[in-house]
Each structure stands twice: as C-alpha cells, then as structure tokens.
Design a protein around this ligand. Structure first.
Ligand SMILES: *[C@@H]1O[C@H](CO)[C@@H](O)[C@H](O)[C@H]1NC(C)=O
Length: 183
C-alpha cells in the first residue's frame, strides 16, 4: 500500500514538472514568435536559416558515423595480412590463445585491459603490444571466441573515441571451423 502511494506521488510530481517545463518553454518562445510576426529579417531571410540547417545535419551525420559498428566477414579477416593498415585485435585471454592458436596478423589485447590500452600513450602501447597504437580513425576489427566479447570491445573502443570499428561475429569458432583448427 505504502509503495503504491509513493508511486502515485512520484507520478504526480513528474506530471507537475512536465507541466512546468511546458509553461516555461511556451513562455520562452513567446518573444521569438512575436518578433517573427513583426517582420524579423533573420527569420524571413532563407539564407539565414541554411547554415543552421547544415550544422544540424552535419552533426547528425557525424553522430551516425560515430555510432556505426560494422561486421567483418571471414574473408575480410583472412585478408588482414594483406592490409597492414588494419588492426585485428583478439580480445581473448592469453591462455585461450595458447590453447587454440590465433588468427594471422592479430594482436592480443585481452578485454579487461582494452580500455586502458586504448587510452595509453603511443609509446606505452607499442612497448606492450609490439605495434604502433591505432589512430582514432584506424580500421579496427575485434575478434574473440564467440563474438560476444568482440562486440563489447567495439563498444568500449567507440566510447573512448575510435570511429572505424568492426566486429568479426564468427570469431574463433567460425575461423577454426573454416580453417580446420581446434575450437
Ligand atoms: C575505415 O578503414 C578502412 C580500411 O582502412 C578505410 O577504407 C575506410 O575509409 C575507413 N573509414 C572511415 C570512415 O574512416
């Protein structure tokens, strides 16, 4: 009973806040609306509106680009040795790699240390992983055992500012099957 009362109270409070925000919004728009009514050049001149529109749309495009995590196929992963600019990062633990082997040209950065690695300075990264730290727009493909940690890795990389990210969803399970290796 008490719980229900609290919930109703919270709902009422939320509704009151909503109503207040609406009143504030309308109030703050009134001067703009009336200014526009009385021949405001800024609003009647279309060239004044354009830059705002293009700013909004380029911000939206950037947002979409940033968010997108792509899928990498077995064929793309197999071709990585021919593309030295691509980073194939295996986020499994080192013991797993010892047990199964690893995909050619892959770099092992275990998931628990990925965020720190991507935030480290270039020198530190190179010393630890034997390869230059990827630039923020470098193409990075993540792989693991089943694809789950690879997806998590791509999300971590996205959060720390990397923009060109792919996940090899098949990961080691598919690779091993296609290559006739132990899973
Ligand atoms: C991502 O990387 C690939 C391979 O290096 C490159 O062809 C592509 O242009 C890059 N895309 C972006 C948006 O940087």
């Amino acid at each position: 009973m008490r719980l229900i009362n609290i919930n109703i109270g919270a709902a009422n409070a939320a509704a009151a806040v909503d109503a207040f925000v609406i009143v504030l919004t309308v109030a703050s728009l009134l001067p703009i609306i009336s200014a526009n009514d009385s021949s405001n050049r800024e609003f009647s001149d279309p060239s004044a509106i354009k830059p705002v529109e293009s700013t909004i749309s380029s911000a939206a495009n950037l947002h979409i680009k940033r968010r997108k995590i792509m899928d990498a196929t077995y064929e793309q992963v197999k071709d990585v040795p021919n593309h030295p600019e691509i980073y194939l990062i295996d986020v499994r633990n080192p013991e797993e790699l010892t047990a199964t082997g690893s995909i050619p040209s892959s770099l092992n950065v275990p998931l628990p240390e990925l965020e720190a690695a991507l935030n480290s300075d270039s020198e530190e990264f190179e010393k630890k992983y034997g390869r230059a730290k990827p630039a923020n727009d470098a193409n990075i493909i993540f792989t693991c055992r089943s694809g789950r940690r690879a997806q998590e890795a791509a999300e971590i990389a996205k959060t720390v500012g990397f923009t060109n990210l792919s996940v090899y969803r098949g990961s080691w399970l598919e690779w091993a099957e296609k290559e006739g290796l132990p899973q």
